[in-house]
Design a protein around this ligand. Structure first.
Ligand SMILES: [Fe+2]
Ligand SMILES: [Fe+2]
Length: 133
């Protein structure tokens, strides 16, 4: 629905170009995994999730933490901990991905997507007002 899309965009964009680009990239990567599963390329989807997506999550978290430090965001340590916990969760769901069981894989992907979207919309939003002109 156009209404939903609009709200999604509103919540998703933080107005910080470098961060917004990385968030868009994360969402694109999740879509890529989804499309690979749907087209029956499960092995490729598994590899893409474990290598490309997982590495990009790490990379984004590192950039974002450096950004928060740069702008003097006071809750950077708390945010860093939330990132660390998610990375741990991503490790824990790997057996589901490795099982190549399609419904388990899809469930893991949905959980990952949900976490990322909620994190961007709520947790990441907290540092926006500290951004420097
Ligand atoms: Fe982020
Ligand atoms: Fe974050």
């Amino acid at each position: 629905m156009p209404g939903d899309l609009f709200n999604f965009e509103m919540e998703f964009r933080l107005g910080i170009r470098e961060i917004d680009e990385e968030h868009a990239c994360l969402v694109n990567m999740i879509n890529t995994v989804h499309n690979l599963i749907s087209s029956g390329s499960k092995e490729e989807a598994r590899r893409y999730f474990k290598e490309t997506l997982a590495n990009y999550v790490d990379e984004h978290f590192t950039h974002e933490e450096a950004y928060m430090e740069r702008i003097g965001f006071p809750q950077v340590e708390e945010h860093r901990l939330i990132h660390a916990r998610f990375k741990q969760t991503m490790q824990e769901i790997l057996p589901k991905i490795d099982s190549l069981d399609e419904s388990a894989f899809r469930a893991a992907l949905t959980d990952t997507y949900t976490w990322i979207i909620q994190h961007i919309g709520k947790t990441d939003r907290r540092y926006v007002s500290y951004q420097r002109p």
